[in-house]
Design a protein around this ligand. Structure first.
Ligand SMILES: NC(=O)c1ccc[n+]([C@@H]2O[C@H](COP(=O)([O-])OP(=O)(O)OC[C@H]3O[C@@H](n4cnc5c(N)ncnc54)[C@H](O)[C@@H]3O)[C@@H](O)[C@H]2O)c1
Length: 253
């Protein structure tokens, strides 16, 4: 049986931890050669090692998605290692501690927007020429329920994730006819290092909101990887510019 991404070349950012790691591992299990990119080089290498030990193909690459020079170098290195790119998953992201505007310093705003929104723009911009040269591809952007509602993060995070949904639609509209499909994933609470921190350090009202999920639990990163796989492979061929909520019902109540 062949995998759903057999022969594809995939770049995954934030691949050193949480959902990025689960997505990199799942894409590789479905036959993709993977460049696992992360700010934490050792973590990126560890994900690549896990994939190789399971019989797949992967390379760990260091990147700071908020820095254009670093992004160019990492995408160049990924193209050299993989021989092209036809799947991109923009997963790297950081949380703002649910800070409202008056508690958001200019430095925090710039840092969150820099990683969570500008990072998606920079990596997409660096990858598109290679994808277009190869005849097309798929891009999966990690937004959040904070891309729709106001209780998934603070001012900077919610603004950045709304921006990711907008950038997803605009990129899909601009490049769809050239064979590029771009879609976004909008999870609720997922059991990763990010959620663990806010559940440990957050205010009681924030924790109560995160725990008020009709599904009665938080998601595992692998459940989000299932959706990323669907949006990355040909089964979702007519889906362009969509933003999929996957939140256990968090935003319906
Ligand atoms: N955990 C949740 O409940 C949740 C819900 C919705 C959306 N998200 C989003 O999912 C994505 C992944 O989050 P996670 O929960 O797996 O968190 P995580 O902290 O486990 O993983 C995030 C990864 O991104 C990397 N990273 C951070 N800054 C970077 C940078 N500048 N350049 C490159 N890599 C960088 C980190 O090193 C880490 O490996 C994020 O975009 C986050 O906003 C998370």
């Amino acid at each position: 049986m062949t995998g759903k991404l057999e022969g594809r070349k995939a770049v995954v950012t934030g691949a050193g931890s949480g959902m990025g790691r689960a997505i990199a591992v799942r894409f590789a299990a479905e036959g993709a050669a993977v460049a696992a990119l992360d700010l934490d080089h050792a973590a990126a290498e560890a994900t690549a090692r896990t994939i190789v030990e399971a019989g797949g193909t992967a390379h760990g690459v260091q990147v700071d998605v908020s820095d254009s020079g670093s992004v160019t170098a990492a995408i160049d290195s990924s193209v050299r290692a993989l021989g092209g790119i036809d799947v991109l998953a923009n997963i790297a992201g950081i949380l703002d501690g649910y800070a409202p505007v008056l508690d958001t310093s200019e430095e925090l705003w710039d840092r969150i927007i820099g990683v969570d929104l500008k990072g998606v723009f920079l990596v997409t911009k660096a990858t598109l020429p290679t994808m277009l040269e190869g005849g097309g591809g798929t891009i999966v952007n990690m937004a959040s329920i904070a891309g729709f509602v106001a209780r998934g993060g603070g001012a900077a995070y919610t603004s950045a994730k709304h921006g990711v949904v907008g950038l997803t639609k605009q990129t899909a509209a601009d490049y769809g006819a050239q064979g590029i499909r771009v879609n976004a994933i909008c999870p609720g609470a997922v059991e990763t290092a990010m959620t663990k921190k806010i559940l440990e350090d957050g205010e009681a009202a924030v924790i109560e909101s995160i725990n008020a999920v009709p599904a009665g639990r938080h998601a595992q990163p692998e459940e989000i990887a299932n959706l990323a796989l669907f949006l990355a492979n040909d089964e979702s061929d007519f889906i362009h510019g969509a933003a999929y909520v996957i939140d256990g019902g968090w935003t319906i109540v």
